[in-house]
Structure formats: C-alpha cells, structure tokens
Design a protein around this ligand. Structure first.
Ligand code: ADP
Ligand code: MG
Length: 247
C-alpha cells in the first residue's frame, strides 16, 4: 500500500473510494493478450500515461470509475482495452448469437469522437482475430448514416456498440436493439455530453439495461453538474483524478 501511494505521488494521481486497486506502471502487468501488447508497441505506446497507470487496474477489477484527466492524456485506452478483454472472455463462455448483444456500450458526444473510438477498437481487434481469438463485432451507431447497415450488424449479433445518444435512442425506441445483455457502459467526455443537453437521453438509455453493469465515466473537467450526474449513474465508484481538473 505504501508502494502504491508512492507511485501515485510520483505520477500526480489522486484517488478516492474504497479499496482502490494499486497502480500498474507497465502494460505487461495487466495480462493483456500478446496481440494487444504488440499493437500498442506498433502505435508507439510504450509507457502507460498516469490515467492509464491507475485507471486500467481499476477498470479491470470490475469497479465503477470516474476518470478525470486532461484532453490528450490517453483516456480512450482505459476503457477500450478492458472492454475488448472482457468481450473476448464473455464470447468464449457464452457466444453472442444473431440478434443478441451488445455486451458493452460506449456513448460519445459527437459522431467524430464515436468514429475515432470505433477505429481504435478495430485496430486492436484485427490482430487478435488473426491469431484465432473469437470474432468481436463492433458497431458504430451514429446519425447521418443509413440505419439499415447498422441494423444488419445488430442482426448478426453485436458485441460492442459505440454510439452517439440520438441514434442510440432511435434504435432502442424502435426496438431494433436491446440492452438485455449489456453489462459494461462507458460515458466518454461526460462534460460535453451534459453541456450538449444529452443528460435526459442518457438516463433513458439507463432504463434499457437489465443486468448489473459496470459504469465508467470520463471527463476532462468535473463541475458540480457532472458530479451529480455521476452519483446517480455509478455505484461506489473509484475516482481517479490526474492533474488539477475540477480539484
Ligand atoms: P484523451 O481521451 O484523454 O483526450 P486519447 O485517448 O484520445 O486522449 O489519446 C490521445 C493520443 O495519445 C492518441 O493519439 C493515443 O494514441 C495517444 N496515446 C494514448 N496512450 C498513450 C501512451 N501511453 N503513450 C503514448 N501515446 C499514447
Ligand atoms: Mg477522449
């Protein structure tokens, strides 16, 4: 524990919550499959950033988490890497059948951000599939795109949905997709989601979850509004704050 505190001081990581898992200063300490480690190296990602050092062990432990860190600090991998890992594990135990899924959901405030996040997921899925890991089907669920192509993916069975609130709400309202199996939810750029007025839409999405879920919320800032929103959406979260944002 003293060692964990020392590492956190060194990396300027503030944590709050019960029984916070210790930081991991190397990606190799996280039991990531080898193709994922290789892809990280290919992307020039060698050392985890502070939010990754503390955030990855928290998310992999199954806890709800609020991650606060400035833009460009590497928050995406904190939710993407664990989500791919659990999706693979779940798929091996109980495969998603046609019409089922998703297992995990990522909600983003803009189409551009959703597309970027989807692309990062794809980058890691390709090398995994190449060496025989089960196929994980992601879906980019955004407006401005023909809904039929999206529905085709849903029909095959989808594992991970990266969505903007509007299109997601449409699909759920039309009963084209259900969240009965969805157990992992990430709200990315929560400050922007709330600023853009998506709070009520997201609360509606919450109502579609049937199973107990792990919820993660990421933000560059943490004004009171977001704190209250987080309180109502997360259960006993670990708060990881890097830098001075909202402190
Ligand atoms: P944030 O969501 O916090 O704004 P991103 O997750 O979008 O930041 O990451 C910003 C950039 O940093 C991306 O290009 C990403 O590939 C890169 N990156 C992420 N983690 C690392 C790392 N550990 N080392 C080097 N670059 C990284
Ligand atoms: Mg981000």
């Amino acid at each position: 524990r003293a060692k964990a505190d020392e590492l956190r001081r060194k990396w300027h990581i503030l944590v709050d919550g019960d029984d916070v898992p210790p930081p991991a200063r190397d990606f190799r300490d996280l039991r990531l499959p080898e193709p994922m480690l290789r892809k990280l190296r290919e992307k020039g990602i060698i050392q985890p950033t502070p939010i990754q050092v503390q955030g990855l062990p928290v998310v992999l432990s199954g806890r709800d988490m609020i991650g606060i860190a400035f833009t460009g600090s590497g928050k995406t991998l904190v939710f993407v890497l664990p989500l791919i890992m659990v999706a693979i594990q779940e798929e091996m135990i109980m495969p998603i059948v046609p019409g089922e899924g998703p297992f995990g959901m990522i909600i983003c405030p803009s189409r551009e951000l959703a597309k970027q996040t989807y692309d990062v997921i794809e980058q890691f899925l390709v090398p995994l599939k190449e060496v025989g890991y089960p196929e994980i089907r992601p879906l980019l669920c955004i407006g401005g795109v023909d809904m039929r192509a999206q529905l085709d993916v849903v029909k095959k069975g989808v594992h991970i949905v990266v969505a903007t609130p509007g299109r997601l709400k449409d699909l759920l309202a039309k009963k084209k997709m259900n969240l009965d199996n969805c157990r992992y939810l990430t709200l990315d750029e929560a400050d922007r989601l709330v600023d853009l007025g998506f709070e009520d839409d997201i609360r509606e999405v919450f109502d579609h979850f049937k199973a107990q879920r792990q919820t993660l919320l990421f933000s560059a800032t943490m004004p009171k509004k977001i704190q209250n929103f987080a309180k109502s959406a997360l259960v006993k979260p670990v708060i990881v704050n890097v830098g001075r944002a909202g402190a």
